[in-house]
Design a protein around this ligand. Sequence first.
Ligand code: SAM
Ligand code: SF4
Length: 474
Amino acid sequence: MSDTRKLYVRSFGCQMNVYDAQRMTDTLAKEGYVETDSPDDADLVILNTCHIREKAAEKVYSELGRLKKAQEEAGRRQMVAVAGCVAQAEGGEILKRARGVDLVVGPQSYHKLPELLADAARRGHNRRAGIVETEFPVEDKFDFLPPPTPAAIAKRGPTAFVTVQEGCDKFCTFCVVPYTRGAEVSRPLAKILDEVIRLAEAGVREVTLIGQNVNAYHGADAAGRTANLPELVRRIAEVPGIARVRYTTSHPRDMDDELIAAHRELPALMPYLHLPVQSGSNRVLAAMNRKHDRELFFDIVARVRAARPDIAFSSDFIVGFPGETEADFTETMDLVERVGFASAFSFKYSPRPGTPAAGMGEQVPEAAKSERIHALQALLDRQKAAFDAACRGRRFDILLEKPGRFPGQLIGRSPYLQSVVVEAPLEAIGTLAEVEVREVSTKSLSGDICGGEFFGERPARESRFIGQGEKLEA
Ligand code: SAM
Ligand code: SF4
């Protein structure tokens, strides 16, 4: 009998889930599981879920229903596990609401997957006896999760996420993260560096340090002192092979002078900062318990731009928070106009069970939320289009990541995370190319290679892209 079993993992939500999915896959690779792209031929399906908004959480139940139906139609038996934040928040409720779930496992217990799955398999077809594991164990899961093999790293391409911090102590009144991911915990600096060195040795060129509150990072260093995010970024930028570093998601409150200085001093730190503001109204920000006001946000944007003039900003917005008036929303539109964003995410407020805002009076009617989100997204789309259009004719470094749609094409990323299509051979994947942007569409840019690591010496020229602040003032 072959020990090879097929595993399908579907991730919903944030980058942390993408990272967690990879770590689960690495853990199960040791048990003989190989990844498949199709849920239909998998022996084990893991749904790695997101609880941040109601819509995201509901998707899980429709996916579970779909899986059950497909299994019945094909007369097939698959193991099904629900992981991620819905698992953590709803636990045993999932077994009551959806049939055919073998295991519900919270994000802090992924290192226990092999034993939990073996236990679930022993319980066999009696799925009413599904297992629920949502404890916050005393041991650190990162000490037990096996690292990816060089082959697995190479398959994932030249960019990688690395979790450096988990959980959140901020308790914004709308947010489930402090409840699903728990209190803020930072990984020790040396362990993160080991992981980055291993990734770099297998060909990774760009790492994105991730955490729910990444700029609150405070991991222990080898001497037992506390290292902060700028120090961590500095150490990672020194790892041979690493050309680019990013970090996400930051909280405005934790953007201190040292981190801002790192943007000035470290060329490897990409000039693109995702800094969620949520609202432009001080009244709403206070009700959200955001611990910053619009003035602090403007001040941070100005100081980061002074340190790194070519920087571009991205953000998250929530419209229709309880009690948000038209005047509050106008303040949000005003903040967007004043700052100018290269890209952004905007959401209608979604009440989450157990969070303070869900119980607040003055919930905003759905029609008003819809009207506001349309207006906000239209403005953000215009800003993104203007930012992208300003890239035409400019040159910057693109990290070539993967084959494009047509033979002879590669797709890379600009410093601003835009997809850029170029003509280049497959062997150039994983290298930095200097590219002059020729065309701009809503989905991607395309351009011509002028030089780079694979293509020879670069012509000596000024290739820095002017920042979005300068563009907007022009
Ligand atoms: N820690 C980050 C921060 O403080 O901005 C991001 C947390 S969350 C994973 C990503 C985004 O989801 C938030 O920035 C917020 O805009 C949005 N979000 C969180 N809770 C929400 C809710 N109840 N309704 C709508 N959007 C929500
Ligand atoms: Fe949620 Fe606020 Fe923490 Fe971000 S800072 S994860 S929005 S509680």
